[in-house]
Design a protein around this ligand. Structure first.
Ligand code: ADP
Ligand code: ASP
Ligand code: MG
Length: 395
């Protein structure tokens, strides 16, 4: 019988120093000695991708997209080679592969590519030779043979797609927190680590700013039934299982996005604006129609691209933040949330509603406070209430 196959992914902080890489090597060896076959996906060492972005931007604020990918992909190549060396030093055989070597095929969308195909035979051959296979995250190759990257945070997507292509028994995403929390634990003091979260909720959380999992990774794993777990590489624990599609009733989490840009334009230009945004594939986080204004909110890079096309129509540009409540949404919940924030002296500029969430647009500086207020009201208070209810019921 074949040994179980596990795909493990280690993020930037988890491979952030030589000591951390040695630590990862020990964890990988432990999993191998426990009787598993291992494919290990690595990110660039923490800070490295940002350093490379900065270098490119010193030359051109909008660098050539193909060359930008050639540059950014080098970060992961450093990590994979160092991990292979660390494993070898500890007496274990491994092989490190770039996206190209692992035959990870993508479309042609430089800087935001989508994986279209993986030939599992290459990795399978090395696994059959009993090697630990290390794959560079975040990168692939297009039909022309050019290096592409999958968008920031894309190593998660490399890992789940490999797990799907290889029919792995589990995909484990190792990161710098204990699992998926009800909100970013670095910002929301009372955030709780979840034992389990469904794909529908996780997708909304990722889309609205919970960067613990890259959005395409969640979408792929959900659609292809990849068994997915998020864990800490710093401490042992069960982490969070991402499984099932049905959300729990009530509110599940709070997500936030800081330092976005909002641009307002005349509402009557909406059809032309929407068409151009779509044509250029610009990703918008929130659209608001208010009086005679049409406002678009997105990451600064996306807004700068939009402005370069729509400069004749832009009336105003401001920095904003978004805080999103994820779960079962009602009209009264939206108005109550606005009141809660007003009581905390945070003014709500706009709101937008989606199927499993609603988003409040506020000043970027007030985001942390707003996320704590909403989280504690909808998640912590509800837990307390249900505990009290349970006690009352038990007498
Ligand atoms: P990695 O380098 O391992 O890929 P990331 O920085 O991409 O790690 O993602 C982990 C970070 O995601 C955490 O340090 C945390 O600050 C942030 N985060 C945001 N929202 C959440 C959430 N709901 N649960 C857990 N972490 C979250
Ligand atoms: N190194 C890339 C980034 O920093 C990809 C990743 O870490 O997932 O975005
Ligand atoms: Mg990440």
């Amino acid at each position: 019988m074949k040994k179980p196959l596990i795909v493990q992914k280690f993020g930037g902080t988890s491979v952030g120093s030589i000591e951390r890489i040695q630590n990862v090597a020990e964890q990988v060896i432990q999993a191998k000695l426990a009787g598993n076959r291992l494919v290990v996906v690595v990110s660039a060492m923490s800070g490295e991708t940002n350093r490379l972005v900065e270098l490119a931007k010193q030359i051109d604020s909008v660098p050539n997209a193909r060359e930008f990918d050639v540059l950014l992909s080098t970060g992961e190549q450093v990590s994979m080679a160092l991990l292979a060396m660390a494993l070898s030093k500890l007496g274990h055989h491994s092989v490190s592969l770039t996206g190209h070597q692992a035959q990870i095929q993508t479309n042609n969308q430089h800087n935001h590519a989508t994986i279209s195909d993986i030939n599992p035979q290459v990795i399978q051959r090395y696994l059959d030779d009993d090697l630990i296979v290390i794959v560079a995250g975040f990168q692939g190759v297009n039909a022309l043979g050019d290096i592409t990257t999958l968008g920031r945070g894309g190593s998660d997507t490399t890992a789940v797609t490999l797990a799907g292509a290889l029919s792995a028994d589990e995909c484990q995403i190792y990161t710098d927190v204990a699992g998926v929390y009800t909100a970013d634990p670095r910002i929301v003091v009372n955030a709780r680590c979840l034992e389990k979260i469904d794909f529908t909720t996780m997708e909304v959380m990722s889309k609205k700013g919970a960067k613990v999992l890259h959005l395409p990774c969640v979408t792929y794993a959900g659609e292809n039934d990849v068994p997915l777990r998020v864990l800490s590489s710093f401490e042992s624990g069960p982490g969070t299982l991402v499984k099932g599609r049905d959300p729990e009733p009530g509110i599940s989490g709070v997500a936030l996005q800081k330092r976005l840009l909002a641009i307002s334009m005349p509402l009557h230009q909406k059809p032309r604006i929407d068409q151009q945004i779509k044509l250029c594939g610009i990703e918008i986080d929130c659209q608001i129609m208010d009086g005679s204004d049409y406002t678009l909110i997105a990451q600064p890079d996306a807004i700068h691209r939009a402005i370069s096309m729509l400069s004749d129509t832009v009336i105003e540009e401001t920095q904003v933040g978004l805080v999103t409540v994820v779960g079962e949404i009602t009209a009264s919940l939206i108005s109550q949330s606005q009141q809660l924030l007003n009581l905390a002296e945070i003014s709500v500029l706009h709101f937008c509603e989606d199927k499993h969430s609603f988003t409040l647009v506020i000043d970027s500086e007030a985001i942390d406070k707003a996320a704590n207020v909403l989280h504690d009201n909808y998640i912590i208070t509800n837990i307390t209430v249900s505990r009290e209810e349970k006690l009352a019921y038990l007498g």
